[in-house]
Design a protein around this ligand. Structure first.
Ligand SMILES: [Zn+2]
Ligand SMILES: [Zn+2]
Length: 660
């Protein structure tokens, strides 16, 4: 760009950890959103012309190149600014969630598989029940209205929620606008993609971390040029440059996987609502076990609500029963009670499939020296090493540190003294092989089913009845439809309640209800057995009765008086340092300068449950305020008033989901 005067100035936001847009010179005015290549130090980087007024005084370097790419839409620019202001992230970091280096390169050749426009919204969908048809008509009307509104679609497991919201997608596509469907585990959602293709005659564009660079580039461009009518994606798909977004669906909206915990800590469900509002688009939140946040928003009239109270077709809800492990204990060294073993045998004898759920990867969560009691712990984290027998290693699930099980105990020197304590799915698979030698078992866990191909193969095996017993972690709770699966056994129903954070009960009910919902989805009735030491616990009682509204009412009644979310606001400050004393000093400094005032409370500092994580010592403080108080201004002021060592880091997590 060799202009004579470079009389124009433009602000450019870079997808790098800067909050400010930098001012550059240009020969001619550049419209906001224009993608440009600019010098930064000694290198060239891609950025976007931003709406900030350029600095009139600063010495500028010229924009090197204007890229032949559609400008980032105004809505996306507003969204980036909004998310950054809400999460206290730097705007460049938020921009980088969508705009990554390499995405803007011209595709080398247009491959046929990259055609995104072949969706046919006019194809007849699946036959809908009366309930489904009513809900679908309401969602279609919402999309057709062309304005912002949020609907909670709450349907029991197996009620056919997907078929309903695909009608809203069809309406959106037919109107010439784009639709975005967010799924918590898109890379594994093979069955969803099959159903989508059956409805529209073609696959949607997908967006997740497993894509090849070529597909990623082609998809990004197709979205920006308006050629991708539907994107099905992970949370980062919210930051794609849709020029004409008409609908956002958040499926399994209760899932904590929608919360990004690293870098920019944002909740994709909440930000989907914001993006829809800025886009004047419809937003549909979908779940059989909605978050208490969404339930309360619907109750308060902020969201519309549609219910699907019965299962699709002839299927009935599964019968749920508790197995009291105090009365019916497993044999020594085993984890399945005799009653559950008997039920599995009866299920297999009928030619049906069974599923065992345990939300723990590996063989055993703890390895203990029988001689001295030494426990194998991670040197970098407050965590035990988990044995993965199939890989002959003990692995930390937080930092990845791995060791071979030593022959001698490092504490007492005893030889071959280690014993595995407690089960993971690998150990349950071992017990299944022993108890049901003729049965064909399949383990589904994230270290085994690592991508779309493995997920598709596993789903095909199960649907093709090449598997008798499925053993899985939370991965099996998500949306699967296996028509021959009639028995679900939960190995340890109490597991999720141990941590006891704000949402432990809610999360456990959601996960176990979802797992239970895999049973009996076709003609044969389903049965769910919950192994527990506490059958009287309210969580187990809610699962037994199936009365989720009563459970939500109880949760709300517990949280409301103390102004806990969703009846108040929380923000966490996680202070960390390599040196424990620096972490402590920084935490104390933050406590001394803590904000005060009506409706404001600061809890902590306290060692985080993971007091040591990836080698960093961690302390937590929690800011709790009334619902009508914006925490961002308080946090900004608080951090600005506090002098901290440069060796300490403070991560801010607005609306925390994890308290670890
Ligand atoms: Zn020992
Ligand atoms: Zn570790």
């Amino acid at each position: 760009m060799a202009g004579p005067s470079r009389s124009e100035r433009v602000s450019v936001l870079l997808p790098l950890p800067f909050d400010t847009a930098f001012t550059y010179g240009a020969d001619a005015p550049l419209a906001p959103g224009t993608l440009v290549r600019v010098p930064l130090g000694t290198r060239m980087v891609v950025g976007a012309v931003w709406d900030d007024p350029p600095d009139p005084a600063v010495r500028v370097r010229p924009v090197a190149e204007e890229l032949a790419f559609p400008p980032l839409p105004a809505v996306l620019r507003q969204f980036v600014d909004w998310v950054a202001a809400y999460t206290l992230a730097r705007r460049g970091e938020v921009l980088a969630l969508g705009l990554k280096p390499g995405l803007l390169a011209e595709p080398k050749r247009r491959r046929k598989t990259f055609v995104f426009e072949d969706l046919d919204p006019a194809r007849p969908g699946q036959a809908l029940s009366a309930d489904q048809a009513t809900a679908a008509a309401a969602l279609r009307a919402g999309v057709a209205a062309g304005k912002f509104a949020v609907t909670l679609l709450d349907g029991v497991t197996g009620s056919g929620k997907t078929a309903v919201y695909l009608e809203a997608v069809a309406e959106c596509v037919a109107s010439g606008r784009q639709a975005l469907v967010l799924l918590p585990e898109i890379a594994l959602s093979i069955q969803f993609l099959q159903r989508f293709a059956a409805r529209f005659g073609a696959a949607p564009a997908v967006w997740h971390s497993e894509l090849t660079p070529a597909v990623r580039r082609a998809t990004f461009r197709a979205v920006a040029e308006g050629r991708a009518p539907v994107v099905v994606g992970a949370r980062s798909a919210l930051f794609l440059p849709f020029p004409a977004l008409g609908l956002i669906v958040v499926d399994e909206e209760h899932e904590s996987a929608f919360k990004q915990e690293d870098g920019v800590t944002y909740h994709a469900r909440d930000m989907a609502v914001v993006r829809a509002r800025l886009s004047a688009a419809a937003c549909v939140l979908v779940s059989a076990t909605p978050s208490l946040e969404s339930v309360e928003n619907a109750a308060a009239g902020r969201y519309a609500r549609l219910d699907l109270p019965v299962r699709h077709g002839n299927a009935a809800m599964p019968a749920v029963a508790a197995l009291d492990l105090r009365a019916d204990p497993p044999e020594r060294g085993r984890f399945l009670s005799p009653v559950l073993v008997g039920e599995i045998n009866a299920t297999l004898a009928r030619g049906e499939q069974a599923m065992l759920f345990l939300n723990r990867r590996g063989y055993a969560p703890l390895t203990l020296c029988r001689h001295c009691g030494h426990r194998m712990a991670c040197p970098n984290c407050t965590a035990w090493l988990v044995e993965h027998r199939s890989r002959a290693r003990l692995i930390c699930h937080h930092c990845g540190h791995g060791v071979v099980l030593p022959e001698e105990c490092p504490a007492c020197g005893a030889e071959h003294s280690f014993a595995p304590i407690g089960p993971g799915v690998e150990r349950i698979a071992e017990e299944v092989a022993h108890a049901f030698p003729a049965a064909r078992a399949l383990v589904m866990a994230s270290d085994i089913i690592t991508g779309p191909r493995e997920a598709a193969a596993a789903a095909a095996k199960i649907s093709g009845r090449e598997v008798d017993i499925i053993i899985g972690t939370q991965m099996v709770a998500k949306g699967w439809h296996f028509p021959h699966l009639t028995l679900v056994g939960v190995v340890d129903s109490d597991l999720g309640l141990a941590g006891g954070d704000l949402r432990a009960a809610e999360r456990t009910v959601q996960m176990l209800h979802q797992v239970a919902g895999r049973a009996g989805r076709a003609d044969a009735p389903g049965r769910v057995l919950l192994q527990t030491f506490a059958p009287e616990h309210p969580v187990i009682a809610a699962l037994l009765s199936g009365d989720l509204p009563a459970f939500y009412a109880r949760e709300a009644a517990q949280r409301r008086p103390g102004h806990w979310p969703p009846f108040g606001r929380l923000a966490a400050l996680i202070v960390s340092a390599l040196d424990e004393r620096i972490a402590d000093a920084a935490a104390r400094a933050l406590y001394r300068t803590a904000p005060r005032g009506a409706g404001i409370e600061v809890l902590g500092p306290a060692p985080a449950p993971f007091a040591l994580l990836r080698g960093r010592h961690r302390r937590r403080l929690l800011l709790k305020t009334g619902k009508d108080i914006a925490v961002q201004a308080i946090l900004r002021d608080w951090l600005a008033r506090t002098e901290l060592s440069r060796a300490a880091r403070v991560d801010v997590d607005v609306d925390p989901v994890s308290f670890m």
